[in-house]
Write a protein that binds this ligand. Structure first.
Ligand code: SF4
Length: 81
């Protein structure tokens, strides 16, 4: 999964930073959301979904990545990196 932010909508309520402090912070001047990291663990993914639920302005969008669902079944493969 990955998080997308529509920062223009953010009203600085801070629920995201309270709910998932690993992932979100707030801009010191504007109070708007800052993405610290994409979720990397199941716990962080849960926190990201909660943050998206609690955000009153719809700023946070959680995009489920179809490739993730297949990750456990993927063959050992070619690294592109
Ligand atoms: S919860 Fe939503 S409105 Fe509040 S700071 Fe986070 S992204 Fe902005």
């Amino acid at each position: 999964m990955r998080i997308e932010l529509n920062v223009e909508r953010c009203i600085g309520a801070g629920m995201c930073a309270l709910t998932a402090p690993d992932l979100f912070d707030q801009d010191e001047d504007e109070g708007t959301v800052v993405l610290l990291a994409q979720p990397a663990t199941p716990a962080q993914e849960r926190a990201a979904r909660q943050a998206a639920d609690r955000c009153p302005s719809g700023t946070i969008r959680v995009v489920e990545d179809a490739a993730d669902a297949d990750a456990t079944a993927a063959q050992p493969g070619h690294s592109t990196g």
